[in-house]
Design a protein around this ligand. Structure first.
Ligand code: AMP
Ligand code: GLY
Length: 416
């Protein structure tokens, strides 16, 4: 089949490697792609969030399947526009993507479906914000109601910082703090049948020891040696299937990738958030371990035939990815710096570009590259990922040094 991949970050580079490795893929086209993706796909330029432009490109390249990576195109209705041309699209409709696009909508669906999550209030004015903060007490959790590329959430002990974030956002969701290690579980679904991928863990804060501001994600690993047995079955039963059923009931079935962000609390798994697409950088580790051909899996989800898909197969061992971020990320990333040492297997491109004059590789975003490696166990995968990162030269760049460290050392405790 001919596949068009929409997007151009680290997640899409990982998706491109998976799609290119599927023998059923005769041609892989990526738009807009990035210099890493260019190694395995033909690049086309497009405004990824323009539904008509993406649909026209899908027709032009004769795509049999369009895979939509980032959230903004999904929320804008790119999947709907592609399907309207009679082309299979992996990614939810704009209506269903509201599970990610609006935190308040997601809470409403969870409430209706009986999904375990933090208690929450949607607030628009200072008085209701203050009342909600005091109802839950510290640490305070204040979320921008709209899409914010993983940076719209403030978790703080400081009541005035919480109030300030709420004021900056306008419409916010304020919720109870969930205490416990976090899990990202990706579920491929056609709206009815659903196949979970391996659970992974992401590192959201910019600094070692989970310090500093939230980011889009600074690293990840899979699988999770500390995860309680039965976790995935429990989440499928208590979260995923009730949510899919509620979305069908509303006449807006969710088909694509349901990303369930969870905290494993003393009372059991609780949903922190839903996303409507693969997570970044967790995709880099999850797909590194997936043996099942990726295009066939996504095509089955896009065409409502997932129930007939064979069970997923996984490689033994573990995978770790470490993000190399630009100077100033996340507040004010600097771009345009020359990168060397990136031309190695396992280097995933996120925010990179080629200089027109000489083809030099430049930083072009906050998260610039990821070093992704597999190994027979987590220790080996972690060592290999850090070896890749050490080989990269980029002025002012920074990365976390503790990705997967607590898991390797057996220091992750489930709350009793
Ligand atoms: P979100 O964008 O909703 O995933 O939030 C980003 C990050 O903020 C999460 O990965 C958590 O680390 C943290 N967070 C969000 N909601 C909560 C909560 N209710 N309790 C504790 N931490 C949270
Ligand atoms: N890794 C977090 C996200 O993709 O939202």
């Amino acid at each position: 089949m001919r596949v068009l991949l929409v997007g151009g970050g680290g997640r899409e580079h990982a998706l491109a490697l998976g799609l290119a490795g599927d023998p059923s893929v005769a041609a892989l086209i990526a738009a807009p792609g990035n210099p890493g993706i260019a190694g395995v796909a033909e690049l086309r330029s497009v405004d990824a969030s323009d539904p008509a432009a993406v649909a026209a490109l899908a027709v032009e390249v004769g795509a049999d399947l369009v895979v939509i990576g980032p959230e903004a195109p999904l929320v804008a209705g790119v999947a709907d526009a592609v399907r309207a041309k009679g082309i299979a699209a992996f990614g939810p409709s704009a209506e269903a993507a509201r599970l990610e696009g609006s935190k308040a909508f997601a809470k409403d669906v969870m409430l209706a479906a009986g999904v375990p999550t933090a208690r929450a209030f949607a607030c628009t004015d200072a008085a209701s914000v203050g009342a909600a903060l005091d109802e839950f007490g510290p640490p305070y959790v204040v979320k921008n109601d709209a899409l914010a590329a993983g940076k719209g959430v403030v978790v703080t002990e400081d009541r005035s910082a919480a109030l300030e974030h709420a004021e900056e956002c306008g419409r916010v969701v304020i919720e109870e703090y969930l205490d416990g290690p976090e899990v990202s579980l990706f579920v491929v679904t056609d709206g009815e049948a659903a196949l979970p991928l391996l659970p992974a863990q992401d590192f959201k804060r910019v600094g070692d020891g989970d310090t500093g501001p939230n980011t889009g994600g600074m690293g990840a690993y899979a699988p999770l040696p500390w995860a309680p047995p039965g976790l995935v079955d429990e989440v499928m039963r208590d979260v995923v299937h009730p949510t899919l059923a509620e979305m069908r009931r509303r006449g807006t079935p969710f088909a694509g990738l349901l990303y369930v962000g969870l905290a494993i609390t003393a009372a059991g798994p609780r949903v922190i958030e839903f996303n409507a697409r693969f997570g970044d950088p967790e995709t880099q580790v999850v797909l590194a371990l997936l043996e099942t051909p990726l295009a066939g899996l996504l095509h089955a989800a896009a065409t409502g035939t997932l129930a007939a898909h064979p069970p997923l197969r996984w490689r033994d061992g573990a995978a770790v990815t470490v993000v190399v971020a630009a100077d100033g990320y996340p507040a004010a990333p600097r771009t345009g710096d020359v990168i060397t040492g990136a031309d190695r297997r396992g280097i995933i491109h996120a925010g990179t570009a080629r200089r027109a004059a000489d083809g030099a590789l430049l930083s072009a975003g906050g998260r610039v590259l990821c070093g992704t490696a597999t190994g027979p166990d987590l220790t080996a995968a972690r060592d290999a990922a850090y070896a890749l990162v050490r080989g990269i030269e980029l002025a002012g760049s920074h990365h976390r040094t503790d990705i997967a460290a607590a898991a390797v050392d057996g220091r992750i405790a489930l709350p009793a």
